[in-house]
Design a protein around this ligand. Structure first.
Ligand code: SF4
Length: 419
């Protein structure tokens, strides 16, 4: 083995993979039952993200950064003049096992540019996973990227060896995709998602009847959208995400701020990266849809196309719906309690438990851990009194902002930081 060449390939192909943020490894139940290597359950794979979004507990690489496509937003596009490299299947297997044995990683995240065609590339990705599972007895976490346009048969096979599969939709709208990746077909993304969803359902049903049924993609599927490459509003992005959650049972949708990598009139100019705060607000909205019972149209709609950057989306919604507040913490139903700014899911459950035994006061709520600097304007404790209810929403927002310490204060400040 030529170690220098492998090192060089690793440096090129790990760097090319850093733009993909969809590598969370939660939710897999693969057990080490054959005395093999690794165990993606129980031990708890930790996810550690570097500043540029890489999950460092997984070996995160591309099989190759050669690509027949020319997607304008992608550093790997064929017209980009960069160093190219490709791993052989066995090289990725050896690297994974060696890194695993040295305790550097707990699993593999493998994506790829498209070599010759979708099936040819997908076959190679599957070969890596298959060799790791069958020849090396590897039970660690494997996340495989599905190549848009890969055949149903290959998608079926991929899920037998991978914990998670993902197809990155990349551009949230069909029109954006057409503009930035005219060679690509929107249906080529949708077909593998549909296939994976159906296979997961089918394998689950079969396993109820037949204990020996193999697991199929036990950590489900995910997708990633690039934010800010093609001018979509937050409404467009979250409507797409909502569609993918509902229609294809996505475990996660990831939002990745576009990093300008090309001078192209169709794209934002180099140096104008998407603020990290926009990504953050999209993730908060995603959370509200999945765990807080919000409908996407309540948060974003024709009158409200983009999320406010200076306040979180729940507070923003509450300020637009003051007629629903204040609510009494001792009597309000769960659905509305979840919508009170400053109260998270865990606190809601604690409140519901605690109020079975006594009437709660602000002292109790502070001990439970709610953020009273926001909640106190929307909540009462038996008294019917709440602070500043006569203030307009805009005034209230300014008061809350003044009394809050945001970790994003520097990002939001219009003034230059001098120190
Ligand atoms: S197909 Fe994938 S790897 Fe190739 S240019 Fe498009 S986004 Fe990049």
């Amino acid at each position: 083995m030529n170690f220098d060449r492998i090192k060089e390939k690793l440096s090129i192909l790990a760097d090319a993979a850093k733009y993909d943020v969809s590598c969370s490894s939660s939710g897999s139940q693969r057990k080490n039952s054959n005395k093999g290597l690794g165990d993606s359950s129980g031990m708890g794979i930790c996810h550690s993200y570097t500043e540029d979004g890489r999950c460092v507990s997984l070996l995160k690489i591309l099989l190759t950064n050669h690509c027949i496509f020319d997607c304008a937003y992608c550093v790997t596009r064929k017209s980009n003049d960069i160093k190219r490299a490709a791993f052989k299947v066995q090289e990725v297997v050896d690297l994974t096992i060696n890194f695993y044995r040295r305790n550097y990683i707990e699993g593999l995240f493998l994506s790829s540019g498209i070599f010759k065609d979708a099936d040819y590339t997908m076959e190679r990705l599957i070969q890596v996973a298959k060799k790791l599972r069958l020849e090396e007895n590897f039970n660690g976490y494997i996340h495989l990227k599905s190549i848009p346009g890969a055949s149903d048969e290959l998608m079926r096979e991929a899920g037998l060896y991978a914990d998670r599969l993902s197809v990155n939709i990349e551009i949230p709208t069909k029109s954006g995709l057409k503009m930035l990746a005219p060679d690509k077909n929107h249906d080529d993304f949708i077909k593998p998602m549909e296939k994976v969803k159906n296979e997961i359902i089918q394998y689950k049903q079969e396993s109820k009847l037949l204990k020996s049924t193999p697991t199929y993609a036990p950590a489900g599927q995910s997708t990633q959208m690039i934010v800010g490459a093609s001018g979509e509003s937050d409404r467009d992005i979250m409507y797409s995400a909502n569609f993918f959650y509902k229609k294809y049972d996505m475990r996660r949708v990831y939002y990745s701020g576009y990093v300008p990598v090309a001078s192209d009139p169709r794209l934002p100019s180099i140096g104008s990266a998407v603020p990290v705060l926009r990504e953050n607000r999209l993730y908060q909205t995603d959370w509200l849809l999945r765990f807080y019972g919000f409908d996407v149209r309540e948060i974003l709609n024709n009158d409200f196309l983009n999320l406010e950057l200076d306040i979180d989306p729940k507070l923003s919604w509450a300020l637009r719906n003051r007629h629903l507040f204040p609510v009494d913490v001792n009597t309000v139903e769960k659905q509305l309690l979840l919508r009170v700014p400053g109260i998270g899911l865990k606190s809601v459950n604690k409140i519901l438990q605690a109020r079975k035994f006594r009437n709660l006061t602000w002292d109790h709520l502070k001990r439970i851990g709610i953020a009273s600097n926001r909640a106190k304007y929307f909540l009462t404790c038996n008294s019917g009194e709440n602070e500043l209810k006569e203030y307009s929403s805009e005034n209230l927002k300014q008061i809350i902002l003044k009394n809050s310490v945001s970790k994003f204060r520097n990002t939001l400040s219009p003034q230059l930081s001098l120190f």
